[in-house]
Design a protein around this ligand. Structure first.
Ligand code: C2O
Ligand code: CU
Ligand code: CU
Length: 451
């Protein structure tokens, strides 16, 4: 981590076989692995010289979700890597401690490729986080968890298929997998505080997370530490979101991270459509060994409240589900539900690779106001972190008031305050989109330049 990087960092995107624990081997994609990629742990100030080698048998891209980097190394849909080719971006890490990830962003195939396994985690540490009095012994009291829902056929093979309805809701599986395994067990967890770094890498499911015993204490969101820990019974994570939490293993011999798969459907809709569907994501079995012996921290970071007055421009985005296209016909082309077909849109326009939708001036702060219909959409912006200002139903939950690059939009409008410091020219623009990957592939995405 701190020793510096010698040589280039090889990420080998490959077709593979992987057993999720169903007893059958599934056809997957992996990155240096049979499924998913490695957890990359890097430090602020490093430049990461990647060699991303594609041998999956199809064209793809790899996008660094959450990184504050220029558009030409962002890995969006314009930076295609042909099968057999290598993409070699030098990715500068300028931002502070945060949990980021990387995944396929191949236009029209993001859903299928990410589901099949083209995703991984990139953890950034900085001087402050390395010195902080927090659990940070990787794999001992500090776990990185990639949460995904899967569908398996009768023989235990991972499956993915779409109908018009599942395009509308996004593809949802009935089985939760964590780091490519069903309900894994963390053995020999020490006593004291344990840190879980969580990524919702589902295509479409909102997940409601809680512990079998005790509360969750949230310490960080997508873009870094909260100002102070937020203790809650549960958190709701949309696809694409990251949270870091602390759980106290001092008083219990075992515990479990539990997930309500219907976390997005609150109240009335939950009771109407199946209600709670709880499942164990991770079992934690404790030893008597002492681990992190520190106390729950009081302060984590200095985070000023967002200042609306810094914004010089306000833009509005309306997420549209239904342009009257035939979703059932699109479902038949599920591995390439390209936006040009125009099923879904933002401000009435389905994503088009050759159209720039917004032009932002570098170094400026803007308010983006995003509105949607009754369905929840996790809205994401490339090349920045932002703060949630306000939502129609009231303030965002306290744990979502720090640095974010995702916002749940759905019960009316949401406003975010965002500063753009990284350049994105017209041939390498940034994206903003719904992170329900089937919606994104269907055109609920737009492009912007920063110049
Ligand atoms: Cu995680 Cu544009 O995506
Ligand atoms: Cu992104
Ligand atoms: Cu959506």
């Amino acid at each position: 981590l701190t020793a510096g990087i010698e040589g280039r960092i090889a990420l080998n995107l490959q077709s593979a076989q992987h057993d999720f624990g169903t007893g059958a081997s599934s056809a997957t994609f992996g990155i240096n692995n049979s499924y998913l990629g490695p957890v990359l742990r890097v430090k602020q100030g490093q430049v990461l010289p990647f060699d991303v080698m594609n041998s999956i048998g199809d064209v793809t891209t790899i996008h660094w979700h959450g990184l504050h980097i220029p558009g030409d190394v962002d890995g969006g849909p314009h930076q295609e890597i042909e099968d057999g080719a290598t993409w070699s971006p030098d990715v500068p890490i300028v931002q502070g401690a945060s949990m980021n990830w990387f995944h396929s962003h191949m236009h029209g195939k993001t859903a299928q490729q990410t589901y099949t396994g083209l995703a991984g985690v990139l953890l950034i540490e900085d001087e402050g986080s390395l010195a902080a009095d927090l659990p940070k012994t990787y794999g001992v009291d500090d776990f990185t968890l990639v949460l995904q829902d899967k569908m398996f056929d009768a023989s235990g093979r991972m499956s993915y298929s779409l109908t018009g309805d599942t395009i509308e809701e996004g593809f949802q599986g009935d089985t939760l997998v964590v780091n490519g395994a069903i309900a894994p067990v963390a053995q020999d967890v020490p006593t004291g505080l344990v840190r879980l770094r969580l990524l919702n890498a589902c295509n479409a499911r909102f997940l409601e997370l809680s512990m079998a015993t005790g509360p969750i204490t949230v310490i960080a969101s997508d873009g870094g530490f909260l100002s102070s820990p937020v203790e809650v019974e549960s958190i709701v994570m949309s696809p694409g979101e990251r949270y870091e939490i602390l759980v106290d293993m001092a008083a219990v011999e075992s515990n479990a991270l539990t997930v309500n798969l219907n976390g997005g459907d609150v109240g009335f809709f939950a009771s109407l459509f199946g209600g709670n569907q709880s499942t164990v994501a991770l079992h934690l079995n404790r030893t008597a060994q002492a681990g992190f012996t520190g106390a729950m921290p009081n302060r984590l970071a200095v985070l000023e409240p967002p200042k609306r007055s810094e914004a010089t421009v306000t833009r509005s985005f309306q997420l549209d589900m239904d342009l009257g296209a035939d979703l059932t016909a699109l479902a038949l082309a599920w591995d390439n539900v390209c936006g040009d077909a125009g099923a879904m849109a933002i401000n009435g326009q389905p994503m088009k690779m050759d159209r720039i939708d917004e032009k932002v001036t570098k170094g400026t702060t803007e308010i983006w106001r995003i509105t949607a219909d009754e369905q929840q959409h996790p809205f994401h912006v490339h090349g920045c972190s932002f703060r949630i200002l306000q939502q129609e139903g009231g303030a965002a939950p306290a744990y979502a008031q720090g640095w974010k690059d995702m916002v749940h939009v759905g019960e009316g409008w949401s406003e975010i305050l965002v500063r753009f410091d990284h350049a994105a020219p017209a041939d390498a623009p940034f994206m903003y989109h719904c992170h329900i990957l089937e919606h994104e592939d269907c055109g609920m995405m737009g492009q912007f330049t920063v110049t």
